[in-house]
Design a protein around this ligand. Structure first.
Ligand code: ZN
Length: 533
């Protein structure tokens, strides 16, 4: 039933995971897992934590094998610090579970954790990521982990022995469970006594409160992280869970977790590749009202979901890569469109095709694509020149590519619009002149005047191809060369000079968007007026 693809890293992991699951838990749905902390905005870099298991789980489902992608929200973790931009009075909540901290002012959400989960959940839906979300607050406070907690506490000496191999100094009275204080709600607590027979646990809190509870009935505390993670591997039967490079040093949670899950919980460590860092470029200049942290939602504002999926699908987890918010996104889209053409022509390598396929659809179905994908850099130029004016944009797209309805160019058009608005620096924006530059026009020599007349006379072929031939052809015509003449250094210099003159007359600078696109955008009548012909 489960046939191997062997085409890319995703199918290789799917092979391994299926074969491992058949050994560990035959007949039950395979479990792939991710974990995220909603302690603040979910950084775009953390999307790999979700995308890696998503792609593997999706491949397993494509093969017709039942597979669940669990996303554990670590929302029962303590609130550690007040981020920049939040009222400093939130410091009083430090030490409480993230679900017990009020949401930032003005938020429609019930608490801090939900406020930061919401945009990530929305982004995952847009990306086609299907997962079952688990709130660790619900798990702990409902007593779901009661047996596991009692077991970990009973085996605390075993856990301590594992951890002590990596500690430089000994810890006295190691205890793997941290109660949240029943009076102040914070975790500034110290366990002062524990009775294995009765499970009576005494703690004191820095607030002055102290009490004795029965751990067998206590649902207001949690296992420490290095015990909590392996406990969940066993509890959920996780077969695949990747993690970041920071979890893989000696003594870190992944390493000690492998020992704790078997020695204490009788489970096994998942197959867990280490994934490399995902960098972000071009966000520095961006002013964000959301705390200057690039999030998956920010990326989805400027690129379509399949393109963002493709970035993750085409790189092995161990390869780092960068997500561009600057002009690099034009190149990324050029590559994406080139791949689409190769796919249509049936000329792709198996791994390329697999990455494309994972980008554009999931086991559940296809993701939305732009019906008429005009190059991103062209769309960016158009919305830059028209300042987003829809009628002008439609006119240009009609002239450019025969598009009769802006919806045919969406959602890519909207992404390019957003990119121009948010990420194109003000000094690189194009402003078409309102009136001719009379001073410049008066200063021109005979040859320059003639080049402008030739341009104005040639504007009849009002198409991208026609205008491309025209702007390159004028200098050829002036040099007495045929239209199909090969470029010489002299001709190239003449073309550069002609282009610079046109840019100065049209947009008052030496450079700008590609000239044929610019001419289309400006319109024939206005071009004639601005070049004085
Ligand atoms: Zn307290």
């Amino acid at each position: 039933m489960a046939t191997s693809g062997e085409t890319d890293w995703v199918s290789r992991f799917a092979d391994q995971v299926i074969s491992e699951a058949e050994k560990r838990a035959p007949g039950t749905p395979i479990v792939c897992a991710s974990g995220l902390s909603p302690s603040g905005p979910i950084h775009l870099g953390n999307l790999r934590e979700v995308m890696t298991p998503h792609l593997v789980a999706d491949e397993i489902r494509r093969r017709g094998v039942a597979c669940t992608h669990l996303l554990s929200w670590d929302d029962y973790d303590r609130f550690r610090r007040v981020p920049a931009g939040i009222d400093p009075s939130w410091a009083e909540h430090i030490g409480k579970p993230l679900t017990s901290v009020p949401a930032p002012p003005g938020s429609p959400h019930v608490n801090w954790a939900e406020h930061f989960k919401a945009p990530m959940i929305e982004a995952m839906a847009e990306l086609g990521v299907q997962c079952r979300m688990i709130s660790q607050t619900e798990q702990y406070t409902s007593g779901a982990y009661r047996e596991q907690i009692l077991l970990a506490v009973r085996e605390r000496a075993t856990i301590d022995a594992v951890l002590s191999r990596h500690r430089s100094k000994q810890v006295e009275d190691y205890f793997p469970y941290k109660p949240y204080c029943d009076l102040c709600g914070r975790d500034l607590t110290t366990v002062t006594a524990y009775d294995d027979e009765t499970t009576e646990l005494a703690y004191t809190c820095e607030c002055g409160f102290g009490e004795t509870v029965r751990l067998a009935e206590h649902d207001h505390g949690k296992l420490v992280w290095k015990v909590d993670w392996p406990m969940r591997w066993a509890y959920e039967g996780v077969i695949f869970e990747p993690s970041g490079v920071d979890h893989h040093s000696p003594g870190s949670a992944w390493t000690v977790g492998g020992k704790i899950v078997s020695d204490v919980f009788g489970g096994r460590q998942p197959i867990g590749p280490m994934y490399a860092f995902v960098g972000i470029t071009g966000m520095a200049k961006m002013s964000s009202s959301k705390g200057d942290v690039p999030t998956p939602a920010d990326a989805l504002e400027i690129m379509e979901a399949p393109v963002l999926r493709w970035l993750y699908a085409r790189r092995k987890p161990a390869q780092s890569f960068k997500i561009a918010f600057d002009q690099e996104i034009h190149r990324l889209y050029d590559e994406w469109d080139a791949l689409g053409r190769k796919v249509a022509a049936g000329q792709t390598q198996p791994a390329e095709l697999a990455a494309y396929d994972r980008a554009v659809h999931t086991a559940e179905g296809p993701l939305p694509v732009t019906p008429h994908p005009v190059p991103y850099r062209t769309l960016a130029s158009i919305v830059d020149i028209t300042t987003g004016h829809t009628e002008q944009t439609l006119r240009i797209l009609r002239d450019l590519d025969g598009i009769g309805d802006l919806d045919a160019a969406r959602p890519r058009l909207d992404r390019a619009q957003r990119w121009v608005d948010a990420h194109l620096p003000a000094d690189q924006r194009t402003r078409v002149r309102e009136a001719p530059d009379e001073e410049l026009l008066d200063s021109l020599g005979t040859s320059e005047r003639e080049s402008l007349r030739l341009l104005a006379d040639g504007l009849d072929d009002w198409s991208l191809d026609g205008l491309t031939t025209l702007v390159y052809g004028v200098p050829k015509l002036q040099a007495g060369l045929p239209a199909d003449a090969e470029p010489t250094p002299e001709l190239k210099a003449a073309q550069r000079a002609f282009f610079a003159l046109l840019y100065r007359l049209l947009v008052g600078r030496d450079t700008g968007p590609r000239l044929p696109t610019l001419l289309l955008a400006v319109g024939a009548d206005r071009v004639r007026k601005l070049v004085g012909a």
